[in-house]
Ligand binder design. Structure first.
Ligand code: LLP
Length: 409
């Protein structure tokens, strides 16, 4: 198996496993393609990359070069976005139960601040009064690939419930804030095209009510991220052209019908831009034929937590055996001392042996960024394939990295 013409086996030999590898050309292609897809004469679209999906500074630089702003969710992300070179005016800060420290960081950076609750405003005003704010509104509905990544609706911890949105904006107006945006992010990993125009219509109807009550002309309407990619089984490819066409149609219609002024449509995709551009290589360390057959590998939930956290299934390829028939049904697990350290159960695999390389594809988003050194298995290295060559962009974490934070008593 290759990634962008470079052999997986050679990468594993040179850099060790577990290892994340990214195709930088693909990331740039994804960035350009999404922008081209949402190009329209009638709608101005602003793109913010949700850097939580993968915040390696070399990846951030690609998005900055392609004209993306950054969607940041913590002071650390803000700092890294600025370090990578994004202009402060092109940062959207979406907190959650924002602390004064968080708000101070966002205010100091000059980011557009997207408040998560009606109560957040008082905390912000103690820090400073920006000209513009946004509220993250929970429109009362949401949808995600898993319940755990459904970020809208009455079970989600995010956003101002729509019923309180008018008061939230009114409070901000009373405080002397004069410019406004509106934001929602209702779920991640969505593969249904209809969901996006449906949610946007619902949201814009709600914004129409707010406009009627308060006379606000929203400068931008942010419909969040959420574009899914196919992972495994019945997953299909999201037809993003249809999503773009239909959402922009709704956007234009609703702006006119509800007299919403001249807002920009903002998007903050993460997964869709980097997910299919990365893979994770691991090596089989042991095969146990016990009550069940286990293929144990040197990556675990410490390396890629999505399966343990959400039951997410990645495609898993045995390097060099892509064309072989499947001949065994196995559970694939890591080495962590937890019974949840399982990537998949009852997966049909070709004859797999100790030493084989297992490649988890579609691992560019929410992979390395969620890795941790639990059990003191250090965080993996990362390699970029750029200009036809492999280059180490993150060295493997070491004992020295780990111990450097400890102080003696
Ligand atoms: N904007 C906000 C405010 C968000 O909370 C998120 C994701 C995004 C944008 C980007 O969503 P995307 O386009 O990537 O779907 N760790 C999970 C995904 C959690 C997403 C949380 N918020 C996973 O591995 O599937």
């Amino acid at each position: 198996m290759n990634i962008s013409g470079i052999s997986i086996r050679k990468l594993a030999e040179k850099y060790g496993t577990p290892l994340y590898v990214y195709d930088f050309k693909k990331i740039r292609y994804n960035a350009q393609r999404l922008k081209a897809t949402f190009k329209s004469d009638g709608v101005n679209v602003d793109f913010y990359y949700a850097m939580k999906a993968n915040c390696h500074p070399e990846i951030l630089k690609i998005f900055i070069e392609e004209g993306y702003g950054m969607d940041c969710v913590s002071p650390g992300e803000l700092q890294l976005a600025l370090f990578a070179g994004v202009k402060a005016g092109h940062i959207l800060y979406t907190g959650n139960y924002e602390s004064p420290v968080d708000l101070q960081a966002a205010y100091n950076a000059g980011a557009k601040i997207n408040l998560d609750d009606i109560s957040s405003l008082d905390r912000l005003l103690k820090v400073g009064k920006p000209e513009l704010i946004t509220y993250r509104i929970n429109p009362g509905k949401g949808r995600g690939k898993y319940e755990q990544i459904t970020t809208g609706g009455d079970k989600a911890k995010f956003g101002v419930p729509y019923e309180k949105a008018v008061i939230a904006y009114k409070n901000a107006m009373d405080a002397g804030i004069t410019r406004f945006g509106a934001h929602m992010m209702t779920g991640s990993g969505v593969l249904d095209e209809d969901h996006f125009p449906y949610m946007l219509e619902l949201f814009m109807n709600e914004l129409g009510e707010i406009k009627k009550e308060l006379g606000i002309n929203f400068e931008f309407i942010d419909m969040g991220g959420g574009f899914g990619i196919p992972y495994f089984g019945d997953d299909k490819t999201l037809d993003v052209e249809t999503v773009a066409k239909e959402t922009m149609k709704v956007f234009q219609q609703k702006v006119k019908e509800l007299d919403l002024g001249n807002p920009t449509l903002a998007l903050e995709p993460g997964r869709f831009l980097v997910g299919d551009a990365g893979l994770m290589i691991s090596r089989v360390t042991g095969i146990k034929k016990g009550y069940r057959t286990f293929v144990g590998i040197d990556a675990g939930f410490n390396t890629l937590i999505r399966s343990a956290l959400y039951g997410a299934q990645h495609p898993i390829v045995v390097d060099g055996k892509e064309d072989l028939e499947t001949s065994m049904i196995v559970d694939i697990c890591g080495q962590i001392c937890e019974n949840t350290d399982i990537f998949t159960k009852d997966r049909a695999m070709p004859e797999t042996e100790e030493g084989d390389l297992l490649v988890f594809t579609q691992a560019g988003a929410y992979g390395s960024v969620m890795a941790m050194p639990y059990n003191l298995r250090y965080r993996p290295a990362e390699v970029a394939i750029a200009n036809g060559e492999a280059k180490l962009i993150t060295r493997r974490e070491t004992f020295d990295d780990y111990i450097s934070r400890f102080q003696t008593l």
